[in-house]
Design a protein around this ligand. Structure first.
Ligand SMILES: *Cc1c(COP(=O)(O)O)cnc(C)c1O
Length: 825
């Protein structure tokens, strides 16, 4: 479809959306596409037929969106992310297209339940956690707010691993989400690019002078595009998620094949395809392997070549790239793009260096996601140079210019220059990807107000001095379609009943339920919805784990990646202390609690694996102890993913957001919980700080050290010993864990974990224990007054609208991208 003959959807055979028509469409797919009669169809056949019908409804709108963007010449946003944790797509598409009723009714005619069909869809787990899920929420919000957006990433054959728990320990199993095919994606052979690695660079001379550099890679692989539609609210706009798959240039080496070396002939293709075979399972930690750098360059180069090709086709002139395209780097994983775009502009398209640098830095924006030193990406020079020799030269040239600018114009001294340099000279010589992304972008953002301030003070302190206008804040958000309307139709229904449906289109309007926090009848209905969602989670726990939990208890939930800084250990110690105290004082008026955990540990992260083991060991003993009965249960739900989160978030009374202050960049789990009416117990960290401002001090439960206090204690080489010795509740709990009470089969299993707390307490678990314990007891008291509790819960739902990713996207669009509705084309 070309821009001169826009698709007029009104002239198309209108795709009917009444239940009769939808039923005919589904039977049509079943018959002609799948080759089954309704009475022979199995549940997966219904899933496939339903998905294909919904996809047809998407197609018209997808074409129309593309045409609208092409016609208007609007600026496009390209979101480069190594991860898109999109989860299931069917319910999202059905909801956003308003097809829930007709599809439900159509399937019901054949005795098929839409809910059951939706559960069969594999969870597209192309990400680790928060960063990947943010990219997915942003794709949905770009489509919903009318920002023309392309997502660019990697089509991993194996997404994030599947977790099982065996004898208390994490076991990783491969995730094979593509085995039954993927009806959402379209392979685009016409969008295929060559990606080079290795080789050498030669200087071409003209009239005796060096004129340009030519890179001759030793290896080449192909990047092939696969497109998936990203449907916005009410189907008003459909954007594209374009994921790259690696293939060999010469899939079988014909010479080798003809000589009878059939295995050798396939070696090339195996090697090429390995680039997009697996997602690295490390979150907040750099995976330093060569294959990882290959993945980063592979998808960066493919995406940039595609962006350039599409730009030239539409606008003719590459020099206007920054006027028509904004490229956002989601963390430093695509930071090599800065050097690669320079190479493409200068070496391939013949643009002079200075102008290419202007175009490049005006095109890129960079989002930082972590300050943890172990997560900051840097690559050994020798590896970088061997794999990407021309990009390495370009980085040296950029670096020389930045250093010259800093020294000559800003008078930077040697220490300041060492801090801003793209090359870390002190550490075996490495390329610093954060510095590269920073200097190559016109805007650099943190993901919460606190995190952004800390960025200015820590990792980018000197770069911030050099470019004081570059850093800005864009607090994260979550899409209310998936994280309220789809996962909690009961609450959505209640809110609609109370204030009408306008909040569906403008989430800010949900604040109209705020006064109803004082309306006894409404609060009771709100509590009844919560109760229903807790019953559903209890049923899932019973079915999967054969543990019976009581929906009358506080559902106290911590679900997220397992990491020391997120402090699941603090929560488990509190559970052990509570267990201990209940056993010693069974006569006291304890509020019944179910402590629920879920989350995956990076396979190589020993301490995180130990924490999972401890949670499971504690669960085993506590759940079988008749003395505590229904007063305390501990549950670890295996294989946390987006679909699990959709069931868990609405069922929480209490949301645990207890990271060591200063270390959680934002968090988004905190937002999903609060939006669904959970109260938060948390530290002043990440977006919790802003949640407190919006929700009100009396409706959130904040405890513990602040970020400056944590930094101070770390400077003082704080240890836990004196704190433990002064606090009998903590001491007893640690002793119970250390003594092997929970693991008689391996009594010394947790010695190391506990002795670290005595000697070091790096994550401030001892330092924060007492404040945490006291805050929990305060919550026990509150839970005994359900009206008060649920009234606060209503305030949470009513006041969380600002944390919609629609708001985040509008801010990016206005302040960084200059794109979307309201931007001048
Ligand atoms: C929201 C979400 C996360 C992020 O959770 P945090 O608590 O912010 O770390 C991780 N994984 C999944 C599956 C999610 O849905």
């Amino acid at each position: 479809m070309s821009a001169t003959t826009p698709l007029d959807t009104s002239k198309l055979d209108p795709r009917k959306t009444d239940p009769d028509a939808v039923a005919r469409q589904i039977i049509g797919k079943l018959t002609y596409q799948i080759g089954k009669r309704p009475d022979e169809a199995r549940k997966y056949d219904w899933l496939r037929a339903t998905t294909l019908v919904v996809r047809d409804h998407v197609m018209d709108r997808w074409f129309a969106s593309g045409d609208r963007i092409a016609e208007s010449g609007a600026k496009e946003v390209c979101y480069l992310s190594m991860e898109f944790l999109i989860g299931r797509l069917l319910r999202d598409a059905i909801n956003n297209l308003g097809l829930s009723k007709p599809v439900t009714e159509a399937l019901a005619r054949y005795g098929v339940q839409l809910d059951m069909v939706e559960l069969l869809e594999p969870d597209a787990a192309l990400g680790n956690g928060g960063l990947g899920r943010l990219a997915a929420c942003f794709m949905e919000s770009m489509a919903s707010t009318g920002v023309p957006g392309y997502g660019y990433g990697i089509r991993y054959v194996h997404g994030f691993f599947r977790q099982e728990i065996s004898e208390g320990a994490q076991v990783e199993l491969p995730e094979s989400w593509l085995v039954h095919g993927n009806p959402w994606e379209f392979e685009r052979r016409d969008a295929t690019y060559e990606i080079g690695f290795g080789g050498h660079v030669t200087t071409v001379h003209e009239s005796g002078k060096p004129a340009r550099q030519v890179w001759r890679p030793a290896e080449r692989v192909l990047a092939v595009a696969y497109d998936t539609p990203m449907v916005g609210w009410r189907g008003a706009q459909v954007n594209t998620l374009r994921l790259w798959s690696a293939q060999a240039v010469d899939p079988i080496l014909l010479d080798a094949f003809n000589e009878g070396d059939h295995i050798g002939a396939l070696v090339e293709s195996n090697k090429a395809e390995s680039i997009t075979r697996v997602l690295y399972p490390a979150d907040s930690h750099q995976a330093g392997q060569e294959l990882r750098l290959r993945q980063e360059y592979f998808f960066s180069s493919a995406s940039l070549q595609d962006i350039i090709k599409r730009h030239i086709a539409r606008h003719g002139d590459l020099k206007t790239l920054h006027e028509k395209v904004a490229i956002q780097l989601n963390d430093t994983h695509p930071a090599v793009s800065v050097a690669e775009l320079m190479r493409l502009l200068v070496d391939i398209h013949g643009i002079a260096w200075a102008e290419a640098w202007q175009i490049t830095s005006k095109t890129f924006g960079y989002t930082n996601h972590t300050l943890l030193p172990e997560a900051l990406e840097h690559w050994p020079i020798h590896l970088f140079e061997r794999l990407l020799p021309r990009q390495m030269q370009i980085i040296y040239t950029i670096n020389a210019e930045i250093i010259r600018h800093a020294a000559q114009e800003k008078g930077f001294n040697d220490a300041q220059i060492a801090a801003i340099s793209l090359i870390d000279e002190g550490n075996g010589r490495r390329v610093r990807m954060g510095q590269l992304a920073f200097v190559g972008s016109h805007a650099v953002n943190g993901v919460s107000a606190l995190h952004t301030e800390l960025m200015k003070e820590t990792v980018f302190h000197n770069l911030h001095e050099l470019y004081p206008d570059r850093i800005q804040n864009k607090t994260n958000g979550v899409t209310p379609r998936r994280w309220l309307m789809e996962c909690n139709p009961e609450l959505t229904g209640l809110v609609t009943e109370a204030i009408g449906p306008a909040f569906l289109d403008d989430i800010e309007k949900i604040s109209e339920i705020d006064p109803l926090a004082d309306d006894a009848a409404f609060v009771e209905k709100f509590a009844a919805v919560k109760r229903k969602k807790k019953e559903a989670l209890a049923a899932l726990i019973s079915e999967r784990l054969a543990i019976q939990v009581d929906p009358n208890a506080i559902f106290d939930i911590q679900v997220k990646r397992i990491h020391e800084y997120k402090r699941q250990l603090l929560n488990i110690i509190e559970a052990v202390a509570l267990y201990d105290q209940i056993r010693s004082h069974p006569e006291k008026n304890w509020a019944p609690r179910v402590k629920i955990f879920a989350g995956k540990a990076a396979p190589s992260y020993a301490q995180a694996r130990e924490i999972i083991n401890l949670a499971n060991d504690v669960a085993r003993l506590v759940n079988s102890d008749p003395v505590v009965r229904d007063l305390l249960k501990v549950v670890f739900i295996p294989n946390y993913n987006v679909s699990a989160a959709e069931i868990i978030m609405p069922a929480a009374d209490l949301s645990e957001q207890i990271s060591t202050a200063g270390l959680e960049a934002s968090g988004t789990g905190n937002m999903k919980f609060a939006l669904n009416g959970a109260l938060t117990i948390g530290t002043l960290d990440g977006a919790n700080v802003e949640m407190k401002d919006h929700i009100g001090d009396e409706n959130i439960f904040i405890f513990g050290l602040t970020a400056p206090e944590v930094a101070q204690r770390r400077r003082e080489a704080h240890s836990g010993r004196s704190i433990i010795e002064a606090n009998p509740i903590l001491r007893e709990a640690l002793h119970a864990i250390s003594s092997g009470l929970f693991c008689p089969e391996a009594p010394s299993r947790y010695h190391g974990l506990i002795s670290n707390l005595y000697n070091n307490d790096w994550w401030m678990i001892c330092a924060d224990f007492e404040a945490y314990w006291n805050k929990q007891r305060e919550l026990d008291q509150l839970f005994a007054k359900p009206r008060e509790w649920h009234s606060k819960a209503v305030h949470n739902t009513a006041r969380m609208a600002w944390f919609s990713s629609d708001r985040s996207i509008r801010e990016y669009a206005k302040d960084i991208w200059q794109a979307g509705p309201g931007a001048v084309a």
